[in-house]
Design a protein around this ligand. Structure first.
Ligand code: F6P
Length: 520
């Protein structure tokens, strides 16, 4: 047996053994449990003591991290090696937010100077749009941004805007992701084209949905402003030629490189709309928070490393205890899109079934993630978390102080977050009334930040990015490709041709009947 196989066997054995002890009883047996399992990093307090592992279980998980070579893989990631093996690319999102003067290289080629040059252009553009010195086609300052993009070109900016949006923004920001015409119709409703900046965001600039929405938005601008309306367009992409062909002026196009994965791109030019609508200082603070977490991940020993420990807790549940689903529950309405963001980050990155060398994986990989915002979900699906048959681990995320100043209401929110985590773990026995019995022993993590600042949000995003990377190393998969989305795209192109009157293709009977029913 290899060292790695032995480490997996040890983890599984430790998880089986730990499952015989209730989580709450580990506290009595381990007086220093909090010291070992609460990590403070970059303004985040990560409490993993309500996870189902004992000290021995944690030791087995750390042994797995060492046997899987997490430290070496981490060095290769930061050195810009081709960790994305199927696309022969580095994954260097850390370079985007590193301070000026950093020296990142991707596949041996220096990249930091170009990153800084784009950042400077973004900053100048964001400040000029906010000050009104850059104006729309008719000479009016911009009041609204319509951000068009999907997947990684949408979810990160949406998360950041909802989290940090001022109550009365100087420039409002709306998002269009879905190709459903209802989405863009609602985004454009009531807007004045003369004061609207349309920012088209697509790494490839070929994504069907984004191109359709971009064309609709450009037609809307042209209808109101004529061809001069192109002055109200901007773009973020790696495909500069396609941006030019679309009619976006070169000075309004902000580039990034192939080594930025879509779901890791929020701090690249993809974040341009947020940089404008939040103001550059807040966007920069977001990057500083992420950069601090990058440093922590790169330098902290495994046993005190927040992304590593979070990954190990999740793997302990997923692989040690066979739990395929996880809830992410922010007790902060502003973080209400966190689960939706993490669905792409975790499930597109790690929803894989072959290893780096193409062999079938030996372990189960990504968990399905869901959640919205507490306390709302307590009144929706928490029933199942407390009394359902399946054990579904939870990541609680809470913010100590409200930005809106309503600290009395904030206390209610926090009390609920703490109580839910406690209730899930301790349960409450009731033999006489089985429907009132709470089995407890249901694990959770608790991430606490003092305030929802841009820095804390940046650190939170980077925490999960690196957590996903560590899991990918443990499972020996490529966390940076997404071939699983391709087949559906190809078939959609074929089906579209048939819906628009093209010759019928070869399909199963169910698919053929649907196409026949909807053909124009
Ligand atoms: O279909 C999946 C995907 O490729 C994601 O990985 C990506 O974030 C999204 O589509 C959008 O791609 P693009 O930014 O190239 O439009």
């Amino acid at each position: 047996m290899t060292d790695l196989a032995a480490a997996w066997t040890a983890l599984e054995a430790a998880a089986r053994k730990d499952a015989q002890t209730r989580i709450v009883d580990h506290f009595a047996a381990e007086p220093d449990r909090l010291e070992a399992l609460v990590v403070e990093a970059c303004g985040l307090r990560l409490d993993l003591s309500k996870q189902p592992w004992s000290r021995a279980g944690l030791g087995a998980a750390l042994g797995l991290a060492r046997a899987a070579g997490v430290e070496g893989a981490r060095s290769r990631l930061f050195s810009g090696e081709a960790v994305n093996v199927t696309e022969k690319r580095a994954a260097l999102h850390m370079a985007l937010r590193a301070p000026d003067g950093a020296k990142f290289v991707a596949l041996g080629k220096p990249v930091s100077d170009e990153v800084e040059a784009v950042r400077l252009r973004m900053k100048a553009f964001a400040e000029a749009v906010r000050s009104g010195s850059i104006k729309g086609a008719t000479g009016k300052p911009f009041r609204t941004i319509v951000h068009i993009g999907i997947g990684g070109s949408d979810l990160g900016p949406r998360l950041v805007w909802r989290a940090l949006k001022p109550l009365e923004p100087q420039i409002d920001l709306r998002f269009v992701g879905n190709v459903d015409p209802a989405d863009i119709a609602q985004a454009l409703a009531g807007l004045d084209a003369a004061t609207t900046l349309v920012v088209v965001v697509s790494k490839t600039f070929t994504t069907q949905e984004t191109m359709a929405n971009a064309a609709a938005a450009r037609a809307w601008l042209h209808a109101a402003l004529g061809e001069a309306g192109d002055a109200n367009l901007a773009a973020a992409s790696t495909n500069l030629a396609a941006c030019a062909a679309f009619g976006i002026p070169a000075e309004r196009v902000f580039g990034f490189e192939g080594w930025v994965g879509g779901r890791y791109s929020v701090m690249s030019a993809v974040g341009l709309s947020c940089a404008i609508a939040l103001g550059w200082d807040r966007f920069e603070a977001l990057m500083e928070g992420a950069a601090a977490m990058d440093d922590h991940f790169r330098n902290a020993p495994l046993a005190a490393n927040a992304p590593v420990l979070l990954a190990l807790a999740h793997v302990f549940n997923r692989n040690g205890l066979g739990r395929p689903v996880r809830v992410v529950e922010p007790y902060a309405d502003r973080l209400g899109l966190l689960a939706s963001y993490l669905q792409q980050l975790e499930m597109e990155s790690n929803g894989k079934r072959v290893t780096l060398s193409g062999a079938p994986v030996a372990q189960a990989t990504a968990t399905a993630v869901f959640g919205n915002a507490g306390t709302n979900d307590q009144h929706a699906f928490f029933q199942m978390l407390h009394q359902g048959v399946d054990v579904i681990p939870v990541d609680f995320v809470a913010v100590a102080k409200a930005e809106e100043g309503q600290q009395a209401q904030q206390a209610i929110l926090l009390a609920n977050a703490i109580a839910q985590a406690e209730a899930l773990m301790t349960g409450s026995a009731n033999a006489a009334e089985p429907h009132r019995h709470f089995p407890g022993d249901r694990p959770s993590s608790f991430i606490l930040m003092d305030r929802l600042t841009p820095e804390a949000l940046g650190a939170l995003i980077a925490l999960y990015e690196h957590k996903v990377f560590v899991e990918g190393v443990l499972w020996d998969i490529n966390s940076f490709d997404q071939w699983g989305v391709e087949l559906g795209k190809t078939l959609a192109t074929a089906v579209l041709g048939e819906l628009q009157g093209g010759a019928a293709g070869a399909h199963d009977a169910s698919t053929a009947a649907l196409i026949e029913r909807l053909r124009g």
